[in-house]
Design a protein around this ligand. Structure first.
Ligand SMILES: [Zn+2]
Length: 318
């Protein structure tokens, strides 16, 4: 399963360490992002065309394994297409209708495509189990040809995306290389079926492909659901941010913390901070410092409230 925008846990760490580099991506490189976008469009189309072809030949060659891989590729094509589309929407600036911005749209594509993938994998497993009870002969030569073509198509896709310094492109690349393994399994089964009549191998492989899809997709799906339910994924490290804020001089303690994520990667932060500083100017300066610190930690937007320490508040009432 492919969820290009979301939950690469490693990526989250990387973003922080290569902040400058990350930033340069946002600034100067409209041209580059356009070209990666076009390439994703091309790869999406290759995948879509190929998935259609696979479905057709799966029926013709009576192979459930081909059918399962076809569904997988169809899911990939949908994922690429949707993320390509929603990527543009998710970059729009916040407005009255979407005050927190449009970033959650980038998750919508992943939600749809992972749903397709889960339904597809259940169908693949069911078909595999039904066919395993009474395996029928498949056209193993046809399977072999489709397998070889699929490996070729995946390699072309990886070539199109080669050397692109983009998280999306890299993840897609990695994913397509992983998919080659599935196709190599199809080729192996097709070769074995050339010399034997172990036709049960075809539905068995279909079940294997379905299970792999399911195991890969379900965690992603749950992560996306969590974010839609305004949860925070584990990949976002908050302690690091709180520690940095507590070190800002003037901060006594953080009383209330309200982190929000719209896309599972970037943060919006609400903080209520106690301080011993009494003058309005000092408190204002503190607020500014905290905001700057948060910005340097990739927090996209922040709401800071500075309040006097409890002791002072009580004294004030006397
Ligand atoms: Zn795939």
């Amino acid at each position: 399963m492919l969820s290009i925008r979301l939950v690469d846990k490693e990526k989250n760490h990387r973003c922080h360490h290569h902040h400058d580099h990350h930033l340069s991506h946002h600034l100067g490189v409209d041209h580059d992002s356009q070209s990666i976008s076009r390439q994703m469009g091309i790869v999406g189309l290759i995948n879509l065309a190929f998935a259609g072809m696979e479905l057709f030949f799966a029926g013709r060659f009576r192979s459930t394994a081909l059918f399962s891989d076809a569904i997988h590729d169809l899911g990939d094509a949908i994922a690429i297409g949707l993320s390509w589309f929603f990527e543009k929407v998710s970059g729009l600036p916040a407005d009255d209708q979407y005050p927190l911005g449009y970033r959650r749209f980038s998750l919508l594509g992943a939600l749809i495509s992972s749903s397709v993938m889960i339904v597809g994998s259940l169908i693949a497993i069911t078909f595999g189990l039904l066919s395993l009870r009474d395996p029928w002969p498949v056209n193993s030569k046809g399977m072999l040809i489709v397998g070889v073509l699929a490996v070729f198509a995946n390699l072309v896709s990886t070539y199109v995306l080669r050397g692109k310094d983009s998280v999306n492109g890299n993840m897609l690349n990695l994913h397509l290389l992983e998919d080659v393994l599935g196709w190599i399994a199809v080729i192996l089964v097709a070769l074995i079926l050339q010399v034997t009549d172990w036709y049960f191998l075809d539905p068995l492989l279909s079940i294997g492909i379905g299970l792999t899809m399911l195991i890969k997709t379900v965690p992603t799906y749950l992560d996306i659901c969590q974010i839609f339910l305004t949860g925070l994924p584990k990949s976002i490290e908050l302690t690091r941010i709180y520690e940095a804020i507590e070190k800002v001089s003037g901060v006594s303690q953080i009383v209330t913390k309200t982190p929000i994520t719209t896309d599972g990667r970037t943060l919006i932060m609400g903080l209520k901070i106690e301080t011993a500083l009494t003058s309005v100017e000092e408190q204002y300066r503190l607020k500014k410092q905290v905001k700057e610190q948060l910005e340097s930690l990739d927090v996209r937007q922040s709401f800071i409230e500075i309040i006097p320490e409890k002791r002072q508040r009580l004294e004030g009432h006397q």
